[in-house]
Every structure is written in C-alpha cells, then in structure tokens.
Design a protein around this ligand. Structure first.
Ligand code: GCW
Length: 669
C-alpha cells in the first residue's frame, strides 16, 4: 500500500491532538475508506448508523453496504445479522448495533462472516450517581457530565459532550442511562430540571439510548407539599400519575424510574407500613400506560440485624410474585456491597416469579478509586458464571437473569458508572476498559474477559493497525498486547490479595473506602459500617461465622452450595473468611496455617503490583507519552498503597494471631 506524505502528516497530527489523552476512548479512528450505503428506510437512528459507518469504514474502498429492515423472528429487538456487507435487523437500533459491531471487527482485525448477534439483556443501563450540584457520589473522574452547580442552562459544550457520551455507549451496546444519583434529590422532578433532562435525552436518542431518572420516594410530600407519600394514598397516587404524565409530555420515550427506598436512610414505603411491592407497584402503574418500567433496588439493610449479608434476601423473598410485570428488582452482585470479592447474592435465581437484574459497580468505590489498575471484567464474569443451582445444575447468575431459565418478560443489567468530566472520562486510563467491559458483557453475558480485554487494547492502543504493516503488528501483539492483557487479567486478583484475601471484606478505613482500616471504628459510627463487624478478629481466629451455627447465611443458598459453604473443608478458600470464623493455626489446603496463608496472599498482592510496574515500563515504546506517564504514576502509587495495605493488615491481625511473619517474606516497614 502506498502512503502519501500528506496522509502520514495527517495521521501524526491526529495522534498528537486527539489520541494522546485517551479522550476518544476505544473509538479513535482515522482515514476511513470510502463506502456506499444503501438503505430502503430512513430514520434518525439510521442516519446515525450511516454517519458512523462512513466515518469508520475500514473495509474495501468503495464497497457497498446494505441496511435491510425485515421481520426475522430469530432476532431480538436489538439483534442483527451481518452477511457479506448486508446488515439485517428488525429495528433501526439493530442496524446501528450491527454497524458498530462491523466497525469493531474491522478495527480489531477479526474476520467477518455470517454474524448473528442477539443481546443477552433487553435493558443495558448505566446508573449515574450524579447530583444536581455536579458532584458524583463515589465518582473519581471529576464532576458530573450532566449536572452543574444546580445550573440548568444548557451550553453548546454540554450538547457536544452528551453526544460523545451517547456515541461511546451505543458503540458497546448500552441502550439506557439513569441520569442522577439513587440517593435522589427531589429537584430532579421539577419543570426546570426536566427541561435539562429533555435536552440530554435529545442527544442520547439518535444513538438509541433511553433516558431514566432516579426518584426520591418522598417527592409527593417534598415537592407536592402533600401530607404524606404513602403509596396507597389516593392523593399520592394522583400526584405521581400527574408527574409521570408531565414527564412523558417532555420526553415521550422516557424509560422509567430507578428507586432506592427504605435503604440507608432514604424514604420508602416502609415509612408508611407498606411493603417494597406496594411502593414499586404504585409507580409501575403510573408509568405503565407509557411503556415505562421501574427498577426497584434490593440494597437494604439495617443495623439491628446480626448479619447484613442476609437482609435483602429476607426482605425480598416473601415478595416474590407480588411485583407488577413492569417492575424489575435490581440486585447488587454480592450480598454486602461491591467488595473486591463476594459470593453472588443469594437472591439470584431464588426469586423465580419476578424479574431480577444484576447491578455491577464500574466505579471503583472499594477497589482503589481511580488510582488502582483493576480490570473488573473478571470479577463480573465470576459472578455471571457462578452456578446458583436454583433450577438445577447450570443455572448460572447469567442464565437466571437473562430470561433463559425463567421466562421473565423483562430483562436488564445495570452498571454504576465511573464517568466524569476528566479528559479521559474515567480518571484512570484503564477505567475505560471497565466501562467497555460492562457494555460488552451486558450485550453478551457469555463473553470471556480475555476477549474483551483483547478487543479493548486493540481499539484503544493500536491506532495505526491498517498502516503499520504485518511485522509491526506482530511485534505490537507480542510486546504490548500479550503482557498488558495478562496484567489486566491478573489485576483484580492482585487487588484482592493485597486488600481482602481469603474472604475478608469491608475492612477499608472510614467512609472513603480506600485505604486499609481493619481497626477503624470511631464512637458513634454504626457498627455495620465498621470493619470490626465484618472480620471479627480475636485471639480465637478471624472471619464471619455464617454457618448454621453462626448467622446461617449459608442457608440462603441452594444445595449443594449451602452444604459446601457450611463446611470449612469444602468452602472455597477464596471465600473462607466470608463464611467462617477460623483459628489462626487452622491447616489450609496447602498444609500451611491460616496465618501463613494470609501473609502469603498479602505478600503476593504486593509483588503482583510490582510486576505490573515492570510490565508497563517495558511497553513504553508502544504508548504515547501522556498515557504512558499517567498509568506509570498511578501504578507507582498503587504499589506504595499495596505495601501499606499489607503492612497495616498484617500488623493489625498479628496482634491477635501472635504469630510471626514467615521468614522468607518481606517484613513490614
Ligand atoms: O456502596 C454504597 C455506597 C453509597 C451508595 C450505596 C448504594 C449511592 O457507599 O455511597 O449510595 O452503596 O448503592 O445505594
């Protein structure tokens, strides 16, 4: 292939002005080949599809691509097929996803023949914990992209940013977004705010993304000045019906509400002696005439129960079958709270009559904020592939939530976003991989994390794929792709090792949930918000007894899991201290004592991060300086923090174990 000097100059210019800071995410493209597009239909979404294909086409120059809309029963709403440059779908959204799929395959160098894709979930949604003042709860990438200092005026820059956001989401199959925090301000339902929501929705719509809002359950009292927000009160019902009607006048394709109720101090139906089902159904009835849905969160716990891990199950199981068909219960992946490792929530598969959706956290609240390089896909894959046994062997979390085991009318999956105003969107360059991975897994819950990492690295770092030549490409694959992919694949386990190995959990200090703090528990703080509640370290050992003799949380799991988890000999060691209180000198499978294994895990975590530093240093020739130094700096901090975690936790636990750090490990300093 001949390359003109001009095109080289163009490429260099592009590289320096756009790609360097990671702003273009996995979408960076340059120099598309000319392409002709034939489409018998026209719509806003098809226009987007055409534009994307035109600006990204890497196939043969002057090829013709056909968009075909026809009824194909084997295709779901957003599904598509690709066959020799013909993209077929039932809907224009399907065509859009087909275009992005085709472009991704071209950019990663995959062969493209006979492709058929149907999404695993109907609703693939990001939850933004963004507040009207622009702050983001548990956000580590700057302020909100949607809200600014309570100022509802919309600027040109806002519109541009929301469009870029929509495009990035559509490219990975995300089709929905909740624009505000689940700890919701009632302000969001005021006419001024709804105007801004309307403006956001207008940017998201051409990319096939529906807009949703979180609502505060006491809005009728707070905004409507009613005496109560009791979901069975006729005036309250009327207030919500009116409000919903107004919303749909402003945003006709509005998706519905996400609700955090009777949880962590938020108001809810229980304030009025009603159940979660009463509350959810009232809202469900209000949005039903417009095709809206209610995502009702099951994240509930109170300080009075002896085991927080059991509460969501206890509260929601009796309500199975009592929710309307346009309600879906949103359940965090684990029974406590987005820890580096948790068993899956026992609600998955147990609720059989009502639809349940998984909620993952993309923002790294408990995993080092935007400092640690942690590729979360492997953690989500672990959850999705976990067998619940609820309808026999093979009833994985993926299958009991995507409609393949229970014939649920509604299927969905949510990810708590890590997006903010930072130039690179996610604070850490590798945080982009987690956003990307969430979208890809929501589209196909069967994908492997390795494949997703492979795609993301190629799209994000190998910008010159088509001009670099075969040898260059091979060199890049062996010197950059392979080691960096391995680093990503190992990164979550490394964090578990130096933070919470062997089933330990929630031992982060203070409300920031960042550094180590197994000792943390100032007066006045709720017991279930302090690490002591979770690790229960003492002279007799460490860990939370959730066996039949303890809190009996094990019984919330289907056999054979309940039995396996109940016995320390059959409980997976990675969850040992989640389910058991174990003596320090207990003999582990390796033959070593629990104490020594704990030391080894912490030590291993540190050396893994040090190894990541080496890996990254060696790939310097293949990365632009901006991204290289940014990641290098963060890894340095991560390594320092990993040592801190190890030393702090081992020195603290040693007060109880009274056992020495094994002689061949590095001493705490
Ligand atoms: O993980 C916890 C967080 C809270 C959050 C809550 C929730 C939005 O610490 O900040 O509130 O979970 O998921 O509702």
């Amino acid at each position: 292939m001949k390359i003109s000097y001009l095109s080289i100059l163009f490429m260099l210019l592009n590289t320096f002005t756009f790609a360097q800071d990671g702003h273009d995410l996995w979408l960076y493209r340059y120099n598309p080949n000319p392409v002709k597009i034939l489409s018998s239909h026209h719509s806003v979404i098809l226009a987007t599809a055409k534009q994307e294909l035109t600006q990204g086409w890497k196939g043969n120059p002057n090829a013709t691509v056909k968009f075909v809309l026809k009824k194909d029963k084997s295709l779901a709403a957003d599904g598509f097929t690709i066959n020799s440059n013909v993209i077929t779908a039932n809907t224009d959204k399907g065509i859009l996803y087909g275009v992005f799929d085709l472009l991704r395959r071209q950019n990663t160098g995959e062969t493209i023949s006979d492709i058929k894709e149907n999404p695993s979930y109907q609703v693939r949604i990001l939850n933004h914990w963004d507040n009207p003042d622009g702050s983001v709860e548990r956000g580590y990438a700057g302020n909100s992209i949607f809200w600014r200092n309570n100022d509802v005026n919309v600027t040109e820059n806002d519109l541009k940013l929301w469009k870029e956001y929509a495009r990035a989401n559509a490219s990975i199959g995300i089709n929905a977004a909740v624009l505000n925090n689940v700890n919701a301000s009632p302000l969001i339902l005021t006419p001024e705010y709804l105007q801004r929501v309307k403006a956001i929705a207008a940017q998201l719509r051409p990319y096939g993304i529906k807009t949703y809002l979180s609502v505060k359950f006491s809005s009728p009292a707070l905004l409507g000045k009613l005496k109560t927000s009791d979901p069975l009160n006729p005036e309250v019902i009327r207030w919500w019906n009116e409000k919903v009607k107004k919303i749909y006048t402003v945003i006709p394709d509005f998706g519905g509400f996400l609700v955090k109720a009777s949880s962590e101090g938020q108001p809810g139906p229980q304030d009025f002696g009603r159940t979660h089902a009463d509350g959810a159904n009232m809202l469900a009835d209000a949005v039903k005439p417009y095709g809206g849905i209610i995502m009702w969160r099951a994240f509930v716990y109170s300080p009075h129960d002896m085991d927080r891990a059991k509460q969501a199950y206890n509260e929601f199981m009796p309500l199975d079958g009592k929710f309307r068909s346009n309600v879906i219960v949103q359940v965090k992946n684990g029974p406590i709270d987005f820890q580096p490792r948790e068993p899956f929530s026992p609600l998955f598969g147990a609720m059989k009559k009502n639809a349940v959706m998984p909620e993952f956290q993309i923002t790294q609240e408990y995993l080092g904020h935007s400092v640690y390089l942690v590729y979360l896909s492997t953690m989500w894959e672990e959850c999705l592939k976990a067998d619940t046994y609820q309808a026999g062997k093979g009833s994985t979390v993926a299958k009991v939530t995507d409609g393949s085991v229970f014939k649920q009318a509604l299927t969905a999956i949510a990810g708590v976003s890590n997006i903010g105003l930072d130039t690179n969107w996610t604070g850490h360059q590798f945080g982009q991989a987690n956003w990307y991975a969430f979208g890809r897994l929501a589209w196909n819950n069967n994908l492997s994390s390795e494949q997703i990492a492979d795609e993301w690295l190629k799209l994000t770092f190998y910008n010159s794929l088509s001009i670099a030549g075969k040898e260059k490409k091979q060199e890049w694959e062996s010197k950059f792709l392979a080691p960096v992919k391995q680093m990503m694949m190992d990164s979550r386990e490394a964090a578990v090792n130096y933070m919470t190995p062997l089933g330990l959990h929630h031992i982060m200090a203070a409300n920031e949930h960042y550094g180590p703090g197994p000792w943390w528990g100032p007066k006045g703080v709720r017991a279930d918000w302090t690490p002591l509640y979770y690790h229960k370290a003492g002279e007799d050992g460490v860990g939370f007894d959730r066996t039949h003799k303890g809190s009996d949380a094990v019984s919330q799991y289907h056999e054979p899991l309940a039995g396996q988890y109940n016995d320390p000999k059959t409980c997976p060691e990675e969850l040992l201290l989640w389910f058991h209180h174990i003596p320090w000198n207990y003999q582990m499978k390796s033959g070593k004592t629990l104490w020594n294994e704990l030391c080894l895990h912490y030590d291993k975590g540190v050396s893994q991060v040090r190894n990541f530093q080496k890996v990254w240093d060696e790939v310097e020739p293949y990365v632009d300086q901006t991204r290289f130094t940014e990641v290098q700096r963060k890894l340095r901090k991560q390594a320092t923090n990993a040592i801190l975690w190890k030393d702090a936790c081992l020195l603290y636990f040693q007060k109880f174990s009274h056992m020495p750090i094994p002689y061949d490990l590095e001493r705490p300093v």
